[in-house]
Design a protein around this ligand. Structure first.
Ligand SMILES: [Mg+2]
Length: 397
């Protein structure tokens, strides 16, 4: 079997109300899909994380730098192709855009292998489990959302059967070194550190004591700010603390992880096996959070998971894009012994909820089963693709 073509699809959904986390303003949800074709008629599907810039720039890496390496090659040699893609462009840096671009191709290659062997991907990868617990990824900032609204939002997730959830904190202009000050729309939906304490307490009251509630800082704080904040929510039973400091402050994250008994989780914005090796070996994280569309595909994430397992650490991947990102991460999570929890974005996004012929649904028990069809086991809904497809994406927000 040979690879005959590599194509991309760019999709955009413009939100009715923009949302934000600690530092990122999100007026729209954009995604870059990759389709790899073979001479036997298979079409593998993948997605490249395209955060932090335009879809056009990420597409240029896939089609310009990676495609020539793939054409005419055997898709089953995914490990070798991964290495070729990484090394032939290694001067551009082994973190960031290159692993993001390789991720989409790698997922598509694994989809082809699953289709060709008529095997669901999670089974091909080892099938530790066939059902995942979903956690409600939510509690974003928005211009129309205050303390009462975010509490009401979480009461709704608990009522729908979710037993796990995560809310945003950190959009604090009163934190002097917050990267927020340099970001797009840095005056949108702001919140003081003290108001964030109130948001967390209000959400805890709304969901009750049994609910596992995590908080996500998206790199906004320093170790000192983090420790002060965590003292103020010490009685709120925080399930984990995500990305408290900038990703390259490995020493700062390690200091926090050493002092707190709340697990430190991260770092979605790290990429590649080497980046996660540094986080794990320097004890900067208690929970490891790669993402198959961002870290370097399924091939790289399996290695990150094995490294985490060797250090007795759980893996709870970052999952925050389209339905393709969700299904690809689901197969990965189901295949590893040290995982089982799926991040499930609760913000309105038809590129997650309407992209497949059969949408991914969370049951009333808060659980999601893996599909039993070959490969990723999904088909794109052509009407949704046609509706949200864009030819170019020149704007970086
Ligand atoms: Mg996060």
């Amino acid at each position: 079997m040979r690879i005959t073509e590599v194509e991309t699809l760019k999709l955009r959904y413009v939100m009715d109300v923009p949302m934000a986390d600690a530092v990122h303003y999100m007026p729209e949800r954009n995604l870059l899909l990759v389709q790899v074709h073979t001479d036997e008629g298979h079409v593998g599907l993948g997605e490249c994380a395209a955060y932090g810039g335009t879809l056009d720039s990420m597409e240029a890496v896939v089609l310009g730098d990676l495609r020539p390496t793939l054409l005419g090659e055997d898709p089953f040699t995914v490990e070798r192709l991964w290495s070729k893609m990484a090394w032939r462009s290694h001067q551009r840096g082994h973190r960031g855009m290159l692993p993001m671009a390789i991720s989409g191709v790698d997922i598509a290659l694994w989809d082809i292998i699953g289709q060709a062997t008529k095997t669901p991907l999670y089974r091909l990868l080892g099938a530790y489990r066939d059902t995942l617990d979903a956690y409600a990824s939510a509690g974003f900032y928005a211009g129309n959302k205050g303390v009462a609204e975010v509490a009401e939002e979480f009461a709704g997730y608990a009522a729908r059967g979710f037993r796990f959830g995560k809310m945003k904190v950190g959009r604090n202009p009163d934190v002097m070194t917050n990267p927020l000050h340099d970001m797009w729309a840095s005056d949108y939906a702001l919140c003081s550190l003290d108001e964030d304490v109130e948001r967390v307490k209000a959400v805890r009251r709304a969901v009750g004591p049994g609910f596992k509630l995590a908080i996500d800082v998206n790199n906004a704080w320093t170790p000192a700010v983090t420790l002060r904040f965590m003292r103020q929510v010490d009685d709120q039973d925080i399930f984990w603390l995500e990305e408290p400091v900038p990703t390259d402050d490995v020493a700062g994250s390690a200091e926090i992880a050493h002092v707190l008994d709340v697990p430190v989780a991260g770092y979605e914005s790290e990429t590649g096996l080497g980046g996660f090796r540094d986080l794990i070996e320097r004890k900067a994280v208690d929970i490891v959070q790669p993402d198959v569309i961002w870290t370097g595909g399924i091939t790289e994430c399996k290695k990150v998971a094995a490294l985490a397992h060797a250090h007795r650490l759980p893996v709870i991947p970052h999952v925050f894009s389209s339905a393709v990102a969700a299904i690809a991460n689901m197969h990965f999570i189901a295949s590893i012994p040290n995982g089982g929890l799926l991040e499930f974005d609760q913000n309105p996004n038809p590129l997650r909820s309407e992209l497949f012929e059969e949408p991914i649904e969370v049951g009333s028990d808060g659980r999601v089963p893996l599909p039993e069809r070959p490969g990723l086991g999904v088909m794109l809904n052509q009407a949704t693709v046609d509706r949200y497809r864009v030819e170019t994406d020149p704007t970086p927000v």
